[in-house]
Design a protein around this ligand. Structure first.
Ligand code: GZL
Length: 307
């Protein structure tokens, strides 16, 4: 279902204070910072006791945090799985301990969907398709090859897998649109800059950069400018997230198209926590609403952006 992101967190549940254990991915990007703030602010507003951990993008740290929450007998566990695989064992431990689990932001590839109550987050394949469709439209009359380089998100993560697949799906109809290099920048500025430097050294004729998030695009822009090229002009740049710094670069014409990925999942998460604790049945999949922005669009909305 597509639910409009709830604007206010639910009122605190009557009686016992609900304890929520949240195992966050890390603090790798502007998007993650906004997502963490949304979870913390919404938990406070909902009157929940929030236990929060930062896994520094390591799966073993997230698994450790979930085990700690199980020992502490929290009411609900929520987390954003840093990668898609390897969760069944710890999710079964939570299920055996009768602690419901809510997935936010990223998905797991567990076949047993009884291991979690719901998955609240974006449709990353759709995001990749939006990016690919815009590029395919832009180059529908191309007469010669358009060389594309791709900065992938964290290897094995749902957003990296799905944004790559969705994009490839939309450009496959035009033989001139060629992805000549594709490598992970781990969703960070530093790595995005480093990999883009390598791309620029290896390829002289890059026309397009598709970055799976704004932070990698912003790092790549530093590399592109250091190479004496104009981002958004010599190299068309498409990115995902639409966080403040990305939208600022877009408003300056350095990023040409941004696909929004809404980090403000806090209110919907707290609503789901309340429903699960109250024993209500909830949708297995809650998709967040999000749009797209050209440079022109970004100029218009920049001042009003919440994150
Ligand atoms: C997407 C989220 C991704 C963002 C990145 O929902 O998991 O992780 O696109 C973040 O900025 O690091």
């Amino acid at each position: 279902t597509t639910n409009a992101a709830a604007t206010t967190a639910p009122a605190p549940a009557a009686g016992k204070k609900i304890t929520l254990g949240f195992a966050q991915v890390g603090a790798e990007s502007g998007w993650r910072t906004a997502n963490t703030k949304s979870v913390q602010d919404s938990a406070k507003e909902a009157g929940f006791d929030l236990k929060f951990s930062d896994a520094q993008q390591k799966q073993e740290n997230q698994i450790k945090a979930i085990r700690t929450y199980i020992q502490q007998k929290v009411d609900v566990i929520a987390f954003s799985p840093v990668v898609e695989s390897g969760w069944d064992t710890v999710l079964k431990e939570a299920k055996d301990a009768k602690i419901p689990v809510i997935l936010t932001d990223r998905a797991v590839d567990s076949k047993d969907t009884s291991l979690y109550a719901t998955f609240i987050g974006s449709d990353f394949v759709e995001e990749g398709k939006k990016a690919g469709k815009w590029l395919a439209d832009k180059y529908k009359d191309a007469k010669e090859d358009v060389n594309i380089v791709e900065l992938q998100g964290t290897t094995g993560s749902a957003p990296a897998n799905d944004r790559k697949a969705g994009f490839a799906e939309e450009i496959k109809g035009n033989p001139h649109l060629k992805v000549i290099a594709s490598q992970t920048g781990d969703f960070t500025r530093a790595k995005g800059k480093e990999v883009m430097q390598a791309f620029l050294k290896a390829h002289k004729d890059i026309k397009v950069l598709y970055a799976h998030n704004d932070d990698m695009a912003l790092g790549a822009i530093q590399a592109i400018e250091a190479a004496g090229l104009k981002p958004g002009q010599d190299i068309t740049i498409i990115s995902v997230d639409a966080v403040k710094d990305g939208m600022t670069a877009a408003s300056e014409g350095k990023i040409n198209f941004i696909v929004e990925c809404n980090p403000l999942l806090g209110p919907q998460l707290m609503q789901a926590v309340n429903d699960v604790v109250a024993g209500k049945s909830i949708e297995k999949r809650i998709v967040t609403k999000e749009g797209v922005f050209t440079s022109e669009d970004a100029k218009k909305v920049l001042a009003d952006r919440q994150y």
